[in-house]
Design a protein around this ligand. Structure first.
Ligand SMILES: Cc1cc2nc3c(=O)[nH]c(=O)nc-3n(C[C@H](O)[C@H](O)[C@H](O)COP(=O)(O)OP(=O)(O)OC[C@H]3O[C@@H](n4cnc5c(N)ncnc54)[C@H](O)[C@@H]3O)c2cc1C
Length: 310
């Protein structure tokens, strides 16, 4: 862990393997900038960068990425759930600022204990608040934009404060351009009871029962034209197929899991195999870093071992 570049604003900068920041547990090294205030963030954004949240929707190359990788930390990863009386009404309770680097699962648990409703449908999504807002992550029981009042976004032109009404958001899309950084949000909540909120969380949790519990970046492919991607992969006979230490999950074929020590190359080989064998075009659900590696035969993406159907 070496400090690779001094930061004039005091940001912590370290060269680190990105695998430790992703739910798949895969990814090579990059220069990571831990920024805890707006001055540090502005400095970090002076050179080409990527913003990394909970790493729950990413497959990062074994060679890492060349750009700086920004992680929100300190106050930008803290939450103030006090209700702001000036902004709130009887029906709409508006919180203080919640940092983009706050882990979403802990936030959802805290809101449940307070009996505050609107975001419980996002239970089980292992994201950070900023990443979940950027994707408008959600389930059939609710999504992030159900509970947003104000968003603070760092852009190359400076810091902007907007409301959802200023954005063209929609299904799994906030309308916020790539690499604009969601630094903080104020939540818009309704008063409920801990029991009622928990009931809805349990419903959303139950819908996840068939999903694998191992390291994974979530669903691999979007469902094409109303067909289940998992079912198509299963029908192609690929459930349980293994490349290196990556496996198409026996529980649900639309999940690729890391058995321990998988490489991005292993995962990429499985993604390519699925695309070859399934008869319809499939669109990736998660992001590859760097994106240009997709299907390129880049050395980092070549599988180390042969395909082993189980
Ligand atoms: C087990 C599992 C279950 C999942 N279930 C669901 C589900 O039910 N519903 C669902 O929608 N998704 C689900 N996902 C996918 C994933 O959690 C979401 O896509 C989530 O929004 C990713 O957020 P993140 O913070 O992990 O972002 P990352 O994976 O770190 O990054 C994803 C993208 O968001 C950008 N980003 C990250 N932070 C910020 C920020 N602060 N500002 C701007 N951009 C940012 C990144 O640059 C990148 O482009 C699941 C994933 C897993 C592993």
């Amino acid at each position: 862990m070496t400090v690779t570049a001094p930061s004039r604003t005091g940001a912590r900068v370290e060269r680190l393997p990105l695998a430790r920041f992703t739910t798949l547990g895969v990814g090579g090294e990059a220069e990571v900038w831990f920024v805890s205030d707006h001055a540090q963030l502005t400095e970090a954004m002076e050179q080409p960068y990527r913003i990394l949240g909970g790493g729950s929707n990413l497959v990062i190359a074994d060679g890492g990425v060349l750009e700086r990788v920004i992680r929100l930390s300190g106050p930008l990863a803290e939450r103030d759930l006090d209700i702001d009386p000036e902004l709130s009404t009887d029906d709409e309770l508006i919180t203080g600022w919640v940092g983009g680097g706050v882990p979403l699962p802990g936030l959802i648990r805290a809101l449940q204990k307070l009996g505050l409703s609107n975001l419980e449908g996002t239970v089980g999504i292992p994201a950070q608040v900023g990443g979940a807002v950027w994707m408008n992550a959600g389930t059939r029981y609710g999504e992030m934009f159900d509970g947003l009042h104000t968003l603070e976004i760092a852009t190359p032109e400076g810091l902007k404060v907007v409301t959802p009404g200023d954005l063209r958001w929609g299904y799994r899309d906030s309308g916020i351009p790539r690499n604009h950084i969601v630094t903080r949000v104020r939540l818009k909540l309704r008063r409920s009871t801990p029991e009622a909120v928990l009931e809805k969380m349990t419903l959303a949790d139950t819908a996840r029962k068939g999903q694998p519990k191992m390291k994974t970046p979530g669903c691999a492919f979007k469902n094409p034209g109303g067909m289940g991607a998992g079912r198509l992969i299963d029908e192609a006979g690929l459930k349980g197929t293994r490349v290196g230490n990556a496996l198409i999950a026996p529980e649900h074929a639309n999940f690729i899991v890391n058995l321990g020590g998988a490489t991005a190359g292993d995962v990429h080989a499985l993604l390519n195999l699925i695309r070859q064998r399934v008869g319809v075009p499939l669109e990736l659900e998660y992001e590859l870093w760097p994106a240009e590696l997709e299907g390129s035969g880049h050395p980092h993406m070549v599988p180390q071992q042969g395909v082993q159907p189980e």
